[in-house]
Design a protein around this ligand. Structure first.
Ligand code: 0PR
Length: 385
């Protein structure tokens, strides 16, 4: 640290120089991000609430109410009238809370120690972090030929140590939705906690379904679903950090509660102590400002771009890995190695993301990728072909 204070202008100059090294969503070249530029109104509200701390909610009673309202509104989208939950830092923390709730619940009510969680091969790596921190063993369920959880593999993974089953509504790599209705039944039959990771799909599937897209049910209307992750900072256009975790019952928060002496509340169930109220306020603002109408238009526009890219790729002769269910397209050149293709695209100035299963180039059609960017991408791919 410097001994003496530095002028604001000098500090800003240095920071601006470094900030210029960052990629800019607006240039439409970031192909693999599930985050995008937050809406300006959400950013404005975020700044107003920067000093609020939901870690001590008795001091910030208004912001606490805002968090409650956001959770209730998201709950409404997910077919539950009275959800329990929090706005957290992102999908990782939301998934960690869900798995912690499942583990503690199984320990308390079934006496399970050294438990196991069943996740599909397609699950986000946040579950590996959660299992590591919570001392749980991961059992990976295989995928079927459509890259969704294989039900037989899932069934045969269940044991008397299973504390949770996880399925994904909008997989990170391909944007696919697991057969959640079927898994919900299996979870109920076996009396096992069932968590749905809709970090990506949670802010689009409900709107697309309402707009007539043929997508499966994935939410609390399925009796076996105990918790859902849904991230405002992905398809919700809220500023980072904003993740959401919703539970069906209060007891899932209660089994995680630790005493919090000297705070304005007696217990705390979240992982983070001091935590932003700004994320809740900004999410509240953007949800109100967009309404169902705004999110439906966004989700539909992005699906149209998705189909445009998919068809453009096919016309050029590229292999598209699967029919997109949400706004992700994964593809390969018929006879060029994926890494080689990624390397060439990087040289053309694209920020590329390579999926592992199956190995392919994946494009997440977020709001910053406009039609003109897709046309440029297809032009470059034509030249490469
Ligand atoms: N669950 C799913 C299904 C996800 O796709 C992700 C993140 C998470 C949980 C974890 O969420 P947080 O990252 O909010 O904790 N999926 C992407 C990833 O990390 C997100 C991402 C965002 C990737 C921006 C790239 C990027 O530039 O793989």
């Amino acid at each position: 640290m410097d001994d003496k204070p530095i002028d604001r202008e000098d500090i800003l100059k240095e920071l601006d120089e470094l900030h210029r090294l960052d990629s800019d969503y607006a240039d439409g070249r970031i192909l693999g991000s599930m985050c995008t530029e937050a809406h300006p109104f959400a950013k404005e509200v975020y700044c107003k609430f920067l000093d609020t701390n939901l870690g001590d909610p008795g001091l910030f009673k208004g912001t606490k109410q805002i968090e409650g309202k956001v959770i209730k509104s998201i709950g409404e989208l997910l077919s539950i009238e009275n959800p329990y939950g929090h706005i957290v830092t992102g999908g990782t923390e939301a998934n960690l809370m869900a798995i912690r709730a499942a583990r503690n619940h199984a320990r308390k009510y079934k006496g399970i120690v050294n438990g196991e969680i069943i996740i599909p091969v397609s699950a986000h790596f946040s579950f590996k972090k959660a299992a590591d921190m919570l001392n749980l063993k991961i059992i990976e369920a295989e995928l079927d030929e459509n890259y969704k959880i294989d039900i037989d593999s899932l069934k045969s993974s269940i044991s008397d140590k299973t504390v949770a089953i996880v399925a994904i509504a909008g997989t990170t790599e391909l944007g696919l939705i697991d057969p959640i209705e079927e898994i919900s039944k299996i979870a109920l039959e076996n009396n096992i906690y069932f968590h749905v990771d809709a970090a990506f799909g949670g802010f689009s599937i409900p709107f697309l379904r309402e707009a007539g897209y043929d997508l499966p049910v994935f939410d609390f209307s399925l009796e076996g679903v105990c918790s859902i992750t849904v991230d405002p900072h992905k398809m919700g256009l809220a500023p980072i950090p904003a993740g959401g975790i919703l539970f069906r019952k209060e007891e899932y928060l209660e089994v995680m509660a630790v005493d919090s002496p000297y705070l304005t509340v007696k217990t705390q169930s979240t992982i983070v102590g001091t935590r932003l109220g700004a994320s809740s306020a900004a999410t509240y603002a953007i949800m109100k400002y967009f309404g169902k109408e705004g999110y439906t238009k966004l989700a539909k526009d992005l699906m149209e771009n998705t189909i445009f890219l998919k068809e453009g790729l096919e016309n050029l002769g590229y292999d598209v890995v699967c029919e997109p269910e949400l706004n992700i397209v994964a593809f390969n050149h018929p006879n060029m190695d994926t890494n080689k293709l990624a390397e060439i695209l990087e040289k053309f100035g694209w920020k590329v993301s390579v999926a592992k299963c199956p190995k392919s180039i994946r494009v997440v059609l977020m709001n910053h990728i406009k039609l003109n960017h897709l046309k440029e991408l297809l032009e470059d791919l034509k030249e490469i072909y």
